[in-house]
Ligand binder design. Structure first.
Ligand code: ADP
Ligand code: ZN
Length: 653
């Protein structure tokens, strides 16, 4: 007897012989220990074969589990992931299991422990639209539903009702973007499901992650509320997968296995015969298109709970508007002050962290660049450093220009730190909190900040896109955007879609309580088509407009993309190599698949790697993948370069 064993490394299966005494314990899906490159490793059996007569096979050392660790559903999903994302099976394994399960040593003790479950509460009475959505979903056993509900329309209640209706023994997975797992959200699920719900997020210790994993695997927990990786929850049977805020790009993993948890959810539900609810106030172009074409069932919640009005949105044209300072219009400042005097809270969005996006020498035009990346460095005032937002490296600025030794250096543009400084200067009495990646790097700091806003000890919460996500803060009645054009000027075909989603989501934070909300968007590009649709809260109008542009360019949802990223650590010889690649690609048959490039990637260098890419575009998924694997096979034979493949990329930078 021989077995195929998979390890969590970038490789395929390895074959081992099975010693006589272990034969009775061999099953597909159990963990084994086996000798591997001079050490002992833990792997998973993925296949059992008769003797091949191959000489020199090494024997397994031990079998760890009595029952398979991986369910049949997860084993099938692994095959799907390997094939769809053109990855190695080992990397897929590494992604779907907590790393602690495949270590020889025992993991440490859990660090964060939640209190005992709170008392279970009754269900709220659904309104007509919610009720209809729940009924339609419960009528089917499988399929994908797009729940398109305006912000504050009570989508979470719909999810909870459907979960409650699941038959005994079926698990539910609720995916939310990392930032949305606030104490508030946790409480809400706990109050309904008590100890039956577990939470999966990046704040868990490895020990706690393992404990939760086993509770799901053993059928002790029935619901998981978690981020991206919770889509691999090991329930024996899955009845429902919810993907809340399905449009969020944080469902996509940007390294290693570049999967999108939303798409994996759909694949998993298909494999296991479960339902999927994709929820959003601003569905992705792809999902809405799929609903229009009848691939997803479309359900709508058109009004806010209790018929609360949607906020009033004003676009402020900064080219004409009277200004208080170079950052703020008089109108926005007045609105912030008045809102505060009425005892309400405000949100302020500026989607750029740091103090100043670049320091420029006004004599020679010099700006600081990262040594490792082709990126301009951002000045951070708190640390007095110039930081690279791509690789995390930093340096200290000189008092004079490094190039011409001039002394007139200017801090150009604004980031959240400068916004905070400026607003403090203008209205010193405001109690501000700044929420961006720099202030939320500590565990739970983000939760704490939201808690402070809930408790009323904050007047204005300002920050990057983080302030726009998911929270239900009843005293927030005003939301403002500074430099809205930043979101529009990203060189990516999805930038208008992202901007529309961001502004609509931000607006959706305002006026969820008793008092209606107001939204002010400051921009130097007021004529951009995005703003008109944001102002009128016209999702459908935006969708139609954007769709016609995508059709012209043949971009998704009218095509699928696969991006192949080629990178080099040494500059010498790149041109020659890329010419060869280019020639090879031109020779290939391309019926039905358009190949763009190879060309230099928009960000030419990251972490000292020179980057090039090829973009394959086509309607037919299988054809596209076939073409990509031919190119990959060719590239993998070449020396001195690294190849990464990204199926359904969410950005092309
Ligand atoms: P969404 O996720 O669509 O933005 P939520 O599910 O967070 O909306 O609901 C917004 C608020 O309305 C929450 O505080 C929720 O408890 C409340 N709510 C939802 N449905 C109902 C209902 N049928 N009756 C009363 N309150 C509700
Ligand atoms: Zn860098």
């Amino acid at each position: 007897m021989e077995v195929e064993v998979l390890f969590p490394i970038n490789a395929g299966h390895f074959t081992y012989a099975v010693p006589e005494e272990l034969r009775g314990d061999i099953k597909v899906g159990v963990r084994v220990s086996a000798p591997f490159r001079g050490t002992t490793r833990v792997g998973i059996i993925t296949g059992i074969n008769g003797p091949s007569g191959r000489a020199g096979l090494r024997p397994l050392m031990g079998v760890i589990d009595k029952q398979p660790l991986l369910t049949d559903g997860l084993l099938s999903l692994m095959r799907w992931l390997t094939n769809y994302y053109m990855s190695s099976p080992g990397i897929v394994l590494k992604n779907i299991l907590p790393s602690g399960l495949l270590l020889l040593r025992r993991p440490g003790r859990p660090r964060i422990v939640y209190g005992k479950a709170t008392r279970l509460t009754g269900l709220v009475r659904l309104n007509k639209e919610q009720d209809r959505a729940v009924k339609e979903i419960c009528r089917e056993e499988k399929g994908v539903f797009l729940l398109h509900g305006v912000t504050g329309s009570g989508k979470t209640e719909v999810y909870i009702h459907v979960i409650k209706s699941l038959p005994e023994g079926k698990g539910a997975i609720v995916l939310v973007p990392e930032i949305a797992i606030t104490a508030q959200m946790v409480d809400r699920y706990r109050s309904h499901f008590g100890d039956d719900v577990v939470f999966f997020h990046s704040g868990l210790s490895e020990g706690e992650r393992l404990r939760h994993w086993w509770r799901m695997r053993n059928g002790e927990a029935k619901v998981v509320l978690g981020v991206r990786s919770a889509v691999f929850a090991p329930f024996k049977e899955v009845g429902l997968i919810v993907v809340d805020e399905e449009h969020e790009s944080s469902y996509k993993q940007f390294e290693g296995l570049r999967y999108n948890a939303r798409d994996v959810a759909i694949a998993r539900a298909e494999i296991e015969g479960a339902r999927v609810i994709l929820g959003s106030a601003t569905p992705s172009m792809e999902s809405y298109y799929n609903a229009e074409r009848g691939r997803f069932r479309y359900l709508q919640l058109t009004r806010r709970v209790d018929d609360k009005p949607l906020p009033h949105v004003e676009i402020i044209d900064m080219t004409r508007e009277p200004k208080k300072t170079w950052i703020f219009s008089e109108r926005l400042i007045r609105a912030l002050e008045e809102n505060n005097l009425r005892g309400h809270q405000s949100l302020l969005l500026l989607n750029r962290r740091g103090y100043s996006p670049y320091i420029i020498c006004t004599e020679c035009g010099y700006t600081y660049k990262c040594d490792l990346c082709s990126i301009t460095l951002t000045y951070h005032k708190d640390t007095k450093t110039l930081n690279c937002h791509y690789c995390g490296s930093f340096k200290y600025p000189d008092p004079t220009c490094p190039k011409c030794r001039g002394i007139r250096l200017r801090y150009a543009g604004i980031g959240t730190q400068r916004l905070e400084e400026e607003l403090t200067r203008l209205i010193p009495r405001f109690r501000l909190r700044r929420m961006d990646r720099d202030t939320t790097s500590k565990k739970l700091s983000h939760y704490r900040m939201i808690k402070e806003v809930e408790e009323g000890s904050v007047d204005v919460l300002l920050g990057t896109q983080m302030v726009a996500k998911g929270h239900d803060l009843p005293k927030v009645t005003l939301a403002g955007v500074v430099s809205a054009e930043i979101a529009l000027n990203i060189p990516d075909f999805r930038s208008a879609e992202r901007a529309f989603q961001l502004f609509t989501q931000l607006a959706g934070r305002a006026g969820r309580g008793e008092v209606p909300g107001n939204v002010y968007i400051q921009t130097y590009e007021p004529d951009h088509y995005v703003f008109e649709y944001v102002r009128k809260n016209d999702y459908k109008g935006f969708y139609e407009k954007e769709l016609s542009l995508r059709r012209e360019l043949g971009y998704p949802p009218f095509s699928r993309l696969i991006r192949i990223l080629i990178s080099f650590t040494r500059r010498e010889g790149i041109e020659g190599t890329m010419e060869e690649v280019s020639k090879k690609v031109r020779e290939m048959e391309t019926d039905g698949v358009e190949i763009l490039g190879p060309s230099v990637a928009p960000i030419e260098k990251i972490r000292n790697r020179y980057r090039y890419h090829l973009i394959l575009k086509g309607r037919e998924q299988s054809l596209l993948r076939r073409r990509a694997s031919e190119i990959l096979a060719y590239l993998n034979r070449m020396k001195g370069l690294r190849v990464d493949v990204d199926v359904d990329p969410v950005n092309l930078l």
